[in-house]
Write a protein that binds this ligand. Structure first.
Ligand SMILES: C[S@@+](CC[C@H](N)C(=O)[O-])C[C@H]1O[C@@H](n2cnc3c(N)ncnc32)[C@H](O)[C@@H]1O
Ligand SMILES: [Zn+2]
Length: 280
């Protein structure tokens, strides 16, 4: 429930505890008097007034992501994450943090399987509008993962990061001892059949080593699992796939229409790695 998730949140201004005041809109209020009203879709924006230089995904990019994921192409990844999160949860009243939750697609699968409480963070309010509709029981909060996270120490059983930025020190701080950090990254060759058509960035070799290295001050080396998902995609699905990722910022409507108009199915393979880091 939202009220359970709120107990893990901390005021981004003074780090105080929040009280949830139900109502329309619901409000989070800390003891010092900082208040955050829920947007009408149900998410909270903790970045108000701070501004950010980050180029957040647009509504159209988020819509492309939502369409692609809803079609079930990456269902195997959602199932794998849900199983792994369920295995990592140690007791009742578990809390999952989804850092860079996007549309909330993977968190939804995890909550379905585990029944956990959750916090979803993302810098894009367009993404969070959807996440708040999909996972209304979670606290969905607009936040920049590069800042100190608005969460209590030792509050999460699982932190999941699916194709989103990683902040090792903060993940280690919010995880309970023995908790798990699940990180999904692409492996070399991920979608390479379509990367050449769309200008999507290739995956450099050595990414796995760099991930382990960036975590090394905070976590022991991870165990990891590879997952290959064969895909057969139409032109419009290829266009959505290109638009929903980082390359989406640089694609013109004309390029997208060209991709969408191409006839014939495209075979491709999504190559994921799920790395599991354990908090000490
Ligand atoms: C490729 S999407 C992945 C979204 C989701 N995890 C999924 O797999 O469907 C990356 C997400 O990270 C978010 N993001 C990027 N930089 C961020 C930051 N500094 N703080 C919070 N979220 C960020 C984006 O808004 C976007 O929703
Ligand atoms: Zn406060």
């Amino acid at each position: 429930m939202l009220s359970d998730a709120v107990s893990a949140l901390r005021c981004p201004v003074c780090q105080g505890l929040f009280e949830l005041r139900e109502g329309r809109p619901a409000t989070l209020a800390c003891g010092t008097g900082h208040r955050f009203d829920a947007a009408k879709q149900g998410y909270f924006n903790f970045l108000t007034g701070k501004g950010t230089v980050f180029e957040a995904d647009t509504a159209e990019m988020v819509a492309a992501r939502a369409r692609f994921l809803a079609a079930g192409h990456y269902a195997e990844l959602a199932t794998a994450l849900a199983e792994m999160a369920a295995g990592a949860i140690q007791g009742p009243e578990a809390l999952v943090l989804d850092a860079g939750t996007g549309t909330g697609h993977y968190l939804h699968a995890v909550l379905d399987t585990t029944g956990a409480t959750a916090v979803g963070l993302d810098i894009s309010k367009f993404a969070l509008r959807r996440a708040a509709r999909l996972n209304p029981e979670a606290a969905n909060v607009v936040w920049d993962i590069w800042r100190p996270l608005p969460m209590a120490d030792n509050s999460a059983d699982v932190v999941m990061v699916v194709f989103a930025p990683r902040s090792p020190a903060e993940f280690a701080r919010v995880l309970r001892p023995g908790g798990s950090l699940l990180v999904v990254t692409p492996r070399p060759g991920h979608l390479q059949e379509i990367a050449v058509r769309t200008g999507m960035l290739g995956i450099e070799e050595g990414k796995e080593e760099r991930l382990a290295e960036s975590m090394s001050g905070y976590f022991d080396p991870p165990s990891s699992r590879s997952l290959d998902v064969p895909l057969v995609l139409s032109g419009s699905e290829v266009a959505d796939l290109a638009y929903m990722g980082p390359a989406g910022h640089h694609l013109s409507q004309e390029q997208l229409s060209q991709l969408a108009a191409s006839n014939g199915a495209v075979d491709a393979t999504a190559k994921f790695r799920i790395s599991v880091f354990t908090a000490s």
